[in-house]
Design a protein around this ligand. Structure first.
Ligand code: NGO
Length: 527
């Protein structure tokens, strides 16, 4: 009898020990272990695990000191945690223990943070509110995936013990949304912004005009929006943002520490504008609205003065609406503009951007003209092609033009994953998760000085994408990889390690309602 009891005790201890030492994905009901401290995307600069975990309970407070900005980040965190934990999580100035958001000087830069976790609490320290916000995203990912649900879940809500020290590699970690080919409402854009925030993106580039639709109200040229915005690819009703709509997007993005970079694409990709005002056409005849998907057939009339009145008005009104530093003027695929006209146009338009206090961003074709001082060129070429063009971009970079990398065969989120992907395009090839992740922005373009590379940006063109579910399917799981390329030190780059961390995001997307491509290159946990 006695022996038997001892034996039973031994088995129980064994079971308990197995629970302690198994670090894989345990089923939710028995997940009494915290997630590993480093299991975060983008990979933090440094992770030092150790010590007891912190447990969020019904008594946990979020302490923010007396900074209003820290208070806002605290409220954001509470909004994430309250529905699933069911706890009140008051945001308070002072108190002991709990989750503390602390602004203080230190080696954090504009966006970095430090997270310390132990039995007594979790403290996130940063020099700026953006750093606190990014630290909060790390904290969020350290909690079980069920924390993302909007109904009360069982928990427990454990945060592994230890310290994370984290600063981004690049200042530009962008995502572009094409709201021209298909229109997306303010709420749909906000939904995308929330996904970007989870991965520490800091720029939302909105492609506001193209052949198929003009999406922003301009008071001095009202038909741009009312007529030019009245359709989209496939002939749907399209739409446009009123100035208040746009301000709301800017406000919401800022509340998630993203800066809006608006783009008006010129001199090509302008059919919607040309259709709205006959005067803008060299022959004075307005073309019909366009709902197909061809590119390169439209051009503003470079020789007409009214073109520059138009550009001045549009840039003035858009600059006034935009608190961010940048204004994107497109400049890609101007196949219906002669080279001489293209150069003339860019020489006249770039100073207008500066006149209204903004810095020029253009697609990399801008380097075929003379980029303004301080301008950024967004590179969207491919591996193994366009050597001459790459050399031109490198030369501009050596002359001071900053480079944002969006190689189409790596991080164009509208490229199909493989031949079976129902949505998307394939002109740049198929782009599966590994190809998308596995390259180094610092060494990508030959002859570009490393400090000219400002970061990366993932464009999501929407010729084939009509609704938020389509956006999710193309963005996930590639979007987090772009975030990691932009944020994490090159030394942490490792496909095998990344694919393990990526797999762990699957249940989080399920909880958030993100429908993602279940790439065969990743061992997703069983559904
Ligand atoms: C190109 C083109 C866009 C298309 C996109 C589709 C750039 C910069 N111009 O990228 O008009 O929508 O490809 O992938």
């Amino acid at each position: 009898m006695r022996r038997h009891r001892l034996h039973l005790l031994g088995s129980l201890l064994l079971v308990a020990a197995a629970g302690v030492f198994t670090s894989g994905a345990a089923p939710a009901s028995t997940a009494a272990q915290p997630r590993p401290l480093g299991q975060v995307i983008p990979a933090p600069a440094s992770v030092t695990p150790g010590g007891a975990p912190y447990r969020i309970t019904g008594d946990t407070r979020i302490r923010v000191g007396d900074s209003r900005e820290a208070h806002r980040v605290g409220e954001y965190l509470a909004d994430v945690l309250r529905p699933s934990t069911g706890y009140p999580l008051p945001v308070t100035e002072r108190g002991a223990g709990g989750i503390r958001l602390r602004l203080a000087q230190g080696p954090y830069g504009a966006e970095g943070y430090r997270l310390d976790s132990g039995r007594g609490g979790v403290t996130i320290t940063a020099a700026r509110p953006a750093g606190l916000f990014h630290g909060v995203q790390t904290l969020r990912q350290l909690l079980p995936a069920a924390v993302e649900r909007d109904t009360v879940q069982p928990g427990p809500w454990l945060v592994a013990g230890g310290t994370v020290r984290d600063v981004p590699r690049y200042p530009w970690r962008g995502a572009m949304l094409d709201v021209s080919r298909h229109f997306f409402t303010v709420d749909e854009v906000k939904r995308y912004v929330d996904r970007l925030a989870l991965y520490k993106f800091n720029k939302l580039h909105l492609h506001l005009s193209d052949d198929q639709g003009w999406r922003i109200a301009i008071d001095s040229w009202p038909r741009l929006a009312t007529h030019g915005g009245s359709t989209e690819v496939g002939g749907g009703p399209g739409g446009f943002y009123t100035k208040d709509d746009y301000r709301e997007i800017v406000r919401y993005a800022a509340s998630r520490h993203l800066e809006v970079v608006p783009e008006i694409d010129m001199p090509g990709h302008t059919n919607a504008a040309l259709a709205s005002y006959a005067d803008l056409n060299c022959d004075g005849v307005a073309p019909p609205l366009y709902t197909g998907t061809a590119v390169g057939f439209s051009s503003l009339c470079v020789g007409k003065e009214v073109t520059y009145d138009f550009v001045d008005d549009v840039i003035r009104e858009l600059a006034a609406l935009t608190p961010g530093r940048y204004l994107h003027i497109g400049g890609d695929e101007a196949h219906s503009t002669s080279h001489a006209d293209y150069v003339t146009f860019m020489d006249r338009v770039q100073p207008v951007v500066a006149k209204y206090g903004k810095t020029v961003v253009g697609w990399h074709q801008l380097t075929g003209a003379t980029p303004a001082e301080g301008a950024l060129a967004q590179y969207w070429g491919l591996d193994g092609t366009g050597a001459e063009e790459k050399a031109r971009v490198a030369k501009a970079a050596r002359n001071g033009t900053g480079i944002v990398l969006s190689p189409a065969d790596r991080i164009y989120l509208d490229m199909k994953y493989d031949r079976t992907t129902p949505l998307g395009l394939s002109w740049a090839g198929y782009v599966e998760v590994k190809r998308s992740y596995d390259w180094d922005p610092g060494a990508y373009l030959p002859g570009v000085p490393e400090d000219a590379v400002r970061g990366v940006e993932a464009p999501l063109w929407t010729e084939t994408l009509e609704n938020p579910a389509h956006l999710d399917h193309m963005a996930f799981p590639r979007l987090p990889g772009v975030a990691e390329l932009g944020w994490s030190p090159a030394a942490t780059h490792d496909w095998e390690d990344y694919r393990t961390r990526l797999a762990a995001q699957g249940p989080r997307w399920d909880a958030l309602g993100v429908g993602y491509h279940r790439s065969p290159q990743v061992d997703w946990p069983a559904e």
